[in-house]
Design a binder for this molecule. Structure first.
Ligand code: NDP
Ligand SMILES: O=C(O)C1=N[C@H](C(=O)O)C[C@H](O)C1
Length: 237
């Protein structure tokens, strides 16, 4: 499969290694404005965007208009997600966005939903999400922390929104910490005066994110529509 990497930073390089090991060819390593390239001449099967928040929307919608399926892991651009999916459908293209492509985190998402169902109505427990990432990360809170919060809000009758740092009664606080070289650690905790319950996912490297993105690219080739990582994993697990 011919893959275009939209973004060739830490994740782009990790994806390149795994994609090549799985027999794929990298035909573009984009680090600047996508308008400078003639994508139609590159026979791209799938584009994988791990770029920067300000570039993601333009990168992915440019691909949709050239009928190139897109796997997107870039976080911090989601105010434009609905607009992007509309363009994808109009162009009969294909799209998967995931705040986190690692299989382990996608299992963690399911655990989080289950725990949130069990804790709904347990109002003595205060809910908090903490995320820790490397100091180069541009967005806060992390996309993964936002996904965790949204899933808890769906299950919890009292929580309506998430909030960075300090939260009111009907909000879930997300604490975002930045420490050198941390690949991504997410903790969901429920604390009462009596005890605490915590679930945590720690990424030991970027390999899990990169492998998940390549699995998604292999899965979406030749498909049409808007999908999630759950669709991809349903065919693997
Ligand atoms: N969903 C998931 O599983 C994961 C998501 N992420 C997300 O992926 C994104 C990238 O992360 P990471 O690789 O660590 O970040 P990096 O900063 O290492 O890489 C981003 C790259 O994008 C380049 N870039 C800048 N402008 C453009 C453009 N217009 N088009 C394409 N590329 C451009 C940057 O170049 P320059 O440095 O010259 O500006 C840089 O090389 C982030 O949003 C991060 O949150 C990260 C890990 C997992
Ligand atoms: O920027 C990162 O590094 C990561 N970003 C994603 C996020 O914002 O959730 C996923 C992962 O935690 C690493």
């Amino acid at each position: 499969m011919k893959i275009a990497l939209l973004g060739y930073g830490k994740m782009g390089k990790a994806i390149e290694e795994i994609a090549k090991n799985r027999g794929h060819e990298i035909v573009l390593k984009l680090e600047e404005d996508i308008s400078n390239y003639e994508l139609e001449k590159m026979n791209i099967d799938v584009a994988i965007d791990f770029s920067v928040p300000k570039a993601a929307f333009k990168n992915i919608t440019t691909c949709f208009k050239k009928n190139i399926p897109v796997v997107c892991g870039t976080t911090g651009w989601l105010d434009d997600y609905e607009k992007a999916t509309k363009i994808c459908k109009e162009e009969h293209s294909a799209f998967i966005y995931a705040s986190n492509f690692s299989v382990g985190v996608n299992l963690f998402f399911e655990l989080n939903k289950k725990l949130a169902q069990m804790m709904n109505g347990m109002d003595d427990y205060k809910i908090e999400i903490e995320e820790i990432h490397h100091t180069e990360k541009q967005d806060a809170p992390s996309g993964t922390a936002i996904s965790l919060a949204q899933d808890i809000i769906t299950e919890n009758d009292r929580k309506e929104r998430w909030q960075l740092d300090h939260a009111t009664e009907n909000e879930i606080p997300i604490m975002a910490k930045r420490i050198d070289d941390v690949n991504g650690t997410h903790t969901v905790s429920y604390k009462s005066n009596i005890d605490s319950i915590e679930i945590m996912h720690t990424a030991h490297s970027r390999q899990g994110f990169a492998l998940g993105a390549v699995l998604a690219a292999e899965w979406i080739k030749d498909k049409e529509g808007v999908f999630t990582m759950k669709d991809v994993l349903a065919s693997h697990l």
